[in-house]
Write a protein that binds this ligand. Structure first.
Ligand SMILES: Nc1ncnc2c1ncn2[C@@H]1O[C@H](COP(=O)(O)OP(=O)(O)O)[C@@H](O)[C@H]1O
Ligand SMILES: CC(C)(COP(=O)(O)O)[C@@H](O)C(=O)NCCC(=O)O
Ligand SMILES: [K+]
Length: 283
C-alpha cells in the first residue's frame, strides 16, 4: 500500500464490518479511501465490550486487527500515516447473523445497514444485506446488468438488471458447508479439510476422500457454469463478479475446467465494502 498523504481530519476514519456466518470481514476507510481489509473469527461478547472501552483507534486495532494480517510496513495498518491516537471511529455494520448483530450493539458508535438504505429496486424483505450490498457495490463500479457470485458459508447468486432492479438469485451450501455436512451427518465419511487444493480432484475417484472432493467440487463448478450460462441467456452483455472465502479456490478450478468462463469473471473480495462506501455517500 503506497503511503497516503496524512489524512487532514481524523473524523473521516470509519470501520466497515461484514458479519458473515463463518467470519467477520473488516475494512478501515479514511473517507472514501480503503486503507486495509482483514478477516477475523466472530468475536465473543467479552471482547466486544473491551472494544467499547477502547480510547483510541490504536487500542481498537490492536484488539481486532491480528498482526499477521497487517502490511509489512513496520506492522502498519496498511499505512503508517494513520492518526492512531484518534478517538474510536464510527462502525458501519452489515450483518446476516442476528445473534452477532445483537452483541455488537454495545459498541458506542455503530450503524447497522438495513435493506431500505440500499437504492437497489425490486428487493424482497428477507434478502440478505450482504447480497444486496455486494450487488450494489459491483453494479456501481462495473455497471449494471451484473451477477454477483459470493462463495461464502452459503454460495449465492444475486443479479440486477440495467435499471438497478433485482432480477433475483439463488442460495446453496458453500464448499466448506458441504464438506462439513458430509463429515458430520454420516457414520463413515471423514471430514475433508478445506486446505487449498492445487489441482482439480479426480472426477471418478478411487478412494473416499477423493470421492468427496470430486462430488462437492465438480457439482459446485457445474452449478456455477450453469447459472452463468443462464445469466448470459438473459443478459448477453451482463457482467459477473465473484467474492467470498472460497472464491479464489473456485476461480482456480474454473480456470482449469472452464477457462472461457473464468476469464470473464471480475474477482473482487471487497464488493460489500464498495457497496457500504456507496451507502455512506447517501447518509
Ligand atoms: N480462514 C478461513 N476461515 C474460515 N473459512 C475459510 C477460511 N479461508 C477460506 N475459507 C472458506 O471460506 C468459506 C467462508 O467464506 P467467507 O466469505 O469467509 O464466509 P462468510 O462471509 O459467510 O462468513 C468457508 O466455507 C471456507 O471454506
Ligand atoms: C445466504 C446468506 C446466508 C449468505 O451469507 P454468508 O454465506 O455470507 O454468511 C445470507 O445472504 C442470508 O442470510 N440471506 C437471507 C436470505 C436471502 O438472501 O434470501
Ligand atoms: K460472505
Amino acid at each position: 500500500m503506497k503511503p497516503h498523504k496524512h489524512p487532514e481530519h481524523t473524523d473521516n476514519i470509519w470501520l466497515a464490518l461484514e458479519i458473515g456466518n463463518s467470519r467477520l470481514h473488516w475494512a478501515l476507510f479514511v473517507s472514501e479511501t480503503l486503507y486495509s481489509v482483514w478477516d477475523t473469527d466472530h468475536l465473543p461478547e467479552s471482547v466486544i465490550q473491551q472494544l467499547a472501552a477502547c480510547q483510541t483507534l490504536n487500542d481498537l486495532l490492536e484488539k481486532i486487527f491480528p498482526s499477521h494480517q497487517r502490511t509489512n510496513e513496520q506492522e502498519g495498518y496498511g499505512d503508517n500515516s494513520l492518526p492512531l491516537f484518534a478517538s474510536l471511529p464510527p462502525l458501519l455494520v452489515a450483518s446476516v447473523v442476528p445473534s452477532q448483530t445483537a452483541i455488537w450493539q454495545s459498541y458506542p458508535n455503530i450503524s447497522v445497514i438495513t435493506l431500505d438504505q440500499i437504492p437497489l429496486k425490486g428487493v424482497y424483505p428477507t434478502l440478505g444485506i450482504d447480497r444486496a450490498l455486494a450487488l450494489w457495490g459491483a453494479g456501481k463500479i462495473w455497471g449494471f446488468p451484473i451477477l454477483v457470485i459470493d462463495a461464502g458459508t452459503a454460495l449465492t447468486f444475486t443479479a440486477a438488471d440495467a435499471n438497478e432492479c433485482l432480477v433475483g438469485g439463488a442460495i446453496l451450501p458453500g464448499l466448506g458447508l458441504q464438506f462439513a455436512t458430509l463429515g458430520q451427518q454420516t457414520g463413515q465419511l471423514p471430514l475433508v479439510e478445506m486446505q487449498n487444493f492445487l489441482s482439480l480432484p479426480i472426477r471418478f475417484a478411487l478412494n473416499t476422500t477423493a470421492a468427496i472432493q470430486s462430488g462437492v467440487i465438480y457439482t459446485i463448478l457445474a452449478g456455477i457454469k450453469d447459472f452463468i450460462e443462464a445469466w448470459w441467456q438473459l443478459f448477453p452483455n451482463g457482467k459477473i463478479a465473484i467474492k467470498g472465502g472460497d472464491g479464489t479456490l473456485l476461480i482456480n478450478y474454473l480456470q482449469a475446467l472452464y477457462p472461457e468462463i473464468a476469464d470473464s469473471l471480475i474477482v473482487e473480495q471487497n464488493l460489500i465494502f464498495w457497496g457500504m462506501r456507496e451507502i455512506t455517500k447517501l447518509l
